[in-house]
Write a protein that binds this ligand. Structure first.
Ligand code: NI
Length: 189
Protein backbone atom coordinates (compact mmCIF):
# COMPACT_ATOMS: atom_id res chain seq x y z
CA UNK A 1 0.00 0.00 0.00
CA UNK A 2 1.46 3.40 -0.86
CA UNK A 3 2.33 5.60 2.03
CA UNK A 4 0.14 8.61 1.87
CA UNK A 5 -0.87 11.22 4.37
CA UNK A 6 -4.07 10.58 6.27
CA UNK A 7 -6.04 13.50 4.92
CA UNK A 8 -5.02 12.66 1.39
CA UNK A 9 -5.99 9.05 1.92
CA UNK A 10 -9.41 10.01 3.16
CA UNK A 11 -9.90 11.98 -0.01
CA UNK A 12 -8.73 9.09 -2.15
CA UNK A 13 -10.86 6.63 -0.18
CA UNK A 14 -13.79 8.85 -0.88
CA UNK A 15 -13.11 9.07 -4.59
CA UNK A 16 -13.08 5.29 -4.81
CA UNK A 17 -16.38 4.86 -3.00
CA UNK A 18 -19.57 5.37 -4.94
CA UNK A 19 -21.45 5.88 -1.70
CA UNK A 20 -19.40 9.01 -1.09
CA UNK A 21 -21.19 12.27 -0.71
CA UNK A 22 -21.24 14.42 -3.82
CA UNK A 23 -18.46 16.96 -3.87
CA UNK A 24 -20.75 19.95 -3.94
CA UNK A 25 -22.40 18.92 -0.67
CA UNK A 26 -19.92 20.74 1.48
CA UNK A 27 -22.08 23.63 2.68
CA UNK A 28 -23.13 22.27 5.99
CA UNK A 29 -25.68 24.06 8.12
CA UNK A 30 -25.23 24.11 11.85
CA UNK A 31 -25.87 20.49 12.87
CA UNK A 32 -29.19 19.64 14.39
CA UNK A 33 -30.06 16.43 16.15
CA UNK A 34 -33.80 15.73 16.02
CA UNK A 35 -35.18 14.57 19.31
CA UNK A 36 -32.05 15.39 21.25
CA UNK A 37 -32.28 19.17 21.51
CA UNK A 38 -32.09 19.07 25.26
CA UNK A 39 -29.22 16.69 25.54
CA UNK A 40 -26.04 15.60 23.93
CA UNK A 41 -26.48 13.89 20.60
CA UNK A 42 -25.77 10.21 20.98
CA UNK A 43 -22.38 9.09 19.71
CA UNK A 44 -24.00 6.81 17.17
CA UNK A 45 -24.82 9.93 15.16
CA UNK A 46 -21.14 10.02 14.30
CA UNK A 47 -20.78 6.34 13.55
CA UNK A 48 -19.57 4.83 16.81
CA UNK A 49 -22.62 2.66 17.49
CA UNK A 50 -22.80 1.18 14.00
CA UNK A 51 -19.09 0.42 14.30
CA UNK A 52 -19.73 -1.37 17.57
CA UNK A 53 -22.50 -3.38 15.97
CA UNK A 54 -20.17 -4.26 13.13
CA UNK A 55 -17.57 -5.69 15.51
CA UNK A 56 -19.60 -7.16 18.33
CA UNK A 57 -19.44 -10.87 18.89
CA UNK A 58 -16.51 -11.17 16.51
CA UNK A 59 -14.06 -13.94 17.34
CA UNK A 60 -10.29 -13.42 17.02
CA UNK A 61 -10.19 -15.20 13.67
CA UNK A 62 -12.86 -12.87 12.32
CA UNK A 63 -11.08 -9.82 13.69
CA UNK A 64 -7.93 -10.83 11.83
CA UNK A 65 -9.73 -11.27 8.51
CA UNK A 66 -8.98 -8.59 5.89
CA UNK A 67 -12.11 -6.83 4.67
CA UNK A 68 -10.73 -7.19 1.15
CA UNK A 69 -7.64 -8.88 -0.34
CA UNK A 70 -4.52 -6.98 0.72
CA UNK A 71 -6.72 -4.74 2.86
CA UNK A 72 -6.76 -4.02 6.54
CA UNK A 73 -8.14 -6.57 8.96
CA UNK A 74 -11.33 -5.87 10.89
CA UNK A 75 -9.12 -5.29 13.92
CA UNK A 76 -7.00 -2.71 12.07
CA UNK A 77 -10.09 -0.91 10.81
CA UNK A 78 -11.55 -0.78 14.35
CA UNK A 79 -8.38 0.85 15.66
CA UNK A 80 -7.87 3.06 12.62
CA UNK A 81 -11.13 4.96 12.95
CA UNK A 82 -10.38 6.41 16.42
CA UNK A 83 -6.79 7.07 15.32
CA UNK A 84 -8.13 9.11 12.42
CA UNK A 85 -10.87 10.86 14.35
CA UNK A 86 -8.54 11.74 17.22
CA UNK A 87 -6.40 13.62 14.73
CA UNK A 88 -9.49 15.26 13.25
CA UNK A 89 -10.72 16.32 16.69
CA UNK A 90 -7.40 17.95 17.47
CA UNK A 91 -7.42 19.67 14.09
CA UNK A 92 -10.90 21.01 14.82
CA UNK A 93 -9.65 22.55 18.04
CA UNK A 94 -6.56 23.95 16.37
CA UNK A 95 -8.68 25.58 13.66
CA UNK A 96 -10.93 27.16 16.29
CA UNK A 97 -8.11 28.60 18.36
CA UNK A 98 -5.49 29.59 15.78
CA UNK A 99 -5.51 31.33 12.42
CA UNK A 100 -5.31 28.73 9.65
CA UNK A 101 -2.84 26.54 11.58
CA UNK A 102 -0.70 24.10 9.65
CA UNK A 103 -1.46 20.58 10.82
CA UNK A 104 0.75 17.51 10.95
CA UNK A 105 -0.13 14.70 8.54
CA UNK A 106 0.64 11.16 9.58
CA UNK A 107 1.07 7.78 7.90
CA UNK A 108 -2.06 5.88 8.80
CA UNK A 109 -0.75 2.61 7.32
CA UNK A 110 2.26 2.78 9.63
CA UNK A 111 0.03 3.60 12.60
CA UNK A 112 -2.09 0.53 11.82
CA UNK A 113 1.02 -1.64 12.05
CA UNK A 114 2.13 -0.47 15.49
CA UNK A 115 1.97 -3.02 18.28
CA UNK A 116 -1.02 -1.53 20.05
CA UNK A 117 -3.23 -2.32 17.06
CA UNK A 118 -2.69 -6.03 17.61
CA UNK A 119 -2.52 -5.92 21.40
CA UNK A 120 -5.57 -3.81 22.20
CA UNK A 121 -9.06 -5.33 22.37
CA UNK A 122 -11.30 -3.68 19.79
CA UNK A 123 -13.76 -2.88 22.58
CA UNK A 124 -11.22 -0.43 23.96
CA UNK A 125 -11.06 1.47 20.68
CA UNK A 126 -14.84 1.42 20.29
CA UNK A 127 -15.20 2.93 23.77
CA UNK A 128 -12.54 5.47 22.85
CA UNK A 129 -14.48 6.35 19.72
CA UNK A 130 -17.70 6.72 21.72
CA UNK A 131 -16.07 9.11 24.17
CA UNK A 132 -14.23 11.00 21.46
CA UNK A 133 -17.40 11.52 19.42
CA UNK A 134 -19.20 12.69 22.53
CA UNK A 135 -16.60 15.41 23.10
CA UNK A 136 -16.38 16.28 19.40
CA UNK A 137 -20.16 16.60 19.00
CA UNK A 138 -20.45 18.81 22.07
CA UNK A 139 -17.83 21.07 20.53
CA UNK A 140 -19.45 21.07 17.09
CA UNK A 141 -22.86 21.91 18.53
CA UNK A 142 -21.36 25.02 20.11
CA UNK A 143 -20.15 26.44 16.81
CA UNK A 144 -21.61 29.56 15.28
CA UNK A 145 -22.15 29.72 11.51
CA UNK A 146 -18.95 31.67 10.94
CA UNK A 147 -16.95 29.09 12.89
CA UNK A 148 -17.65 26.47 10.23
CA UNK A 149 -15.66 28.60 7.75
CA UNK A 150 -12.54 28.44 9.89
CA UNK A 151 -9.70 26.49 8.36
CA UNK A 152 -6.61 24.51 9.08
CA UNK A 153 -3.89 24.03 6.52
CA UNK A 154 -2.67 20.68 5.31
CA UNK A 155 0.93 21.04 4.06
CA UNK A 156 0.16 19.15 0.84
CA UNK A 157 -3.53 19.81 0.27
CA UNK A 158 -3.86 23.40 1.42
CA UNK A 159 -6.56 25.07 3.47
CA UNK A 160 -9.57 23.05 4.58
CA UNK A 161 -12.68 24.42 6.24
CA UNK A 162 -14.30 22.75 9.22
CA UNK A 163 -17.57 22.36 7.32
CA UNK A 164 -15.87 20.41 4.57
CA UNK A 165 -13.88 18.26 6.97
CA UNK A 166 -16.94 17.34 9.00
CA UNK A 167 -18.70 16.06 5.89
CA UNK A 168 -15.62 13.99 5.06
CA UNK A 169 -15.29 12.50 8.54
CA UNK A 170 -19.00 11.71 8.80
CA UNK A 171 -18.56 9.82 5.56
CA UNK A 172 -15.34 8.23 6.80
CA UNK A 173 -17.01 6.47 9.72
CA UNK A 174 -19.77 5.07 7.51
CA UNK A 175 -17.21 4.05 4.89
CA UNK A 176 -15.32 1.80 7.30
CA UNK A 177 -18.46 0.42 8.96
CA UNK A 178 -19.59 -0.61 5.47
CA UNK A 179 -16.31 -2.49 4.97
CA UNK A 180 -17.02 -4.59 8.04
CA UNK A 181 -20.74 -5.13 7.52
CA UNK A 182 -20.13 -6.14 3.89
CA UNK A 183 -17.49 -8.65 5.02
CA UNK A 184 -19.90 -10.09 7.56
CA UNK A 185 -22.59 -10.45 4.93
CA UNK A 186 -20.24 -12.11 2.45
CA UNK A 187 -19.11 -14.61 5.08
CA UNK A 188 -22.50 -15.17 6.68
CA UNK A 189 -21.21 -13.98 10.09
NI1 NI B 1 -9.89 5.53 6.77
Amino acid sequence: MPLISESGLIDSERQNDRSALPRRQVHLPRPTYPGTERGTPPPHRAGARPAARGCERACPQQLDTPYRPEGWTVRQVAHHVPDSHLNAYLRTKLALTEEDPTIKPYFEDRWAQLADTQATPVEVSLALLDSLHDRWIRLLRSLQPEDWKRTFRHPELGAMSLEKKLVLYAWHGRHHVAHITALRERNGW
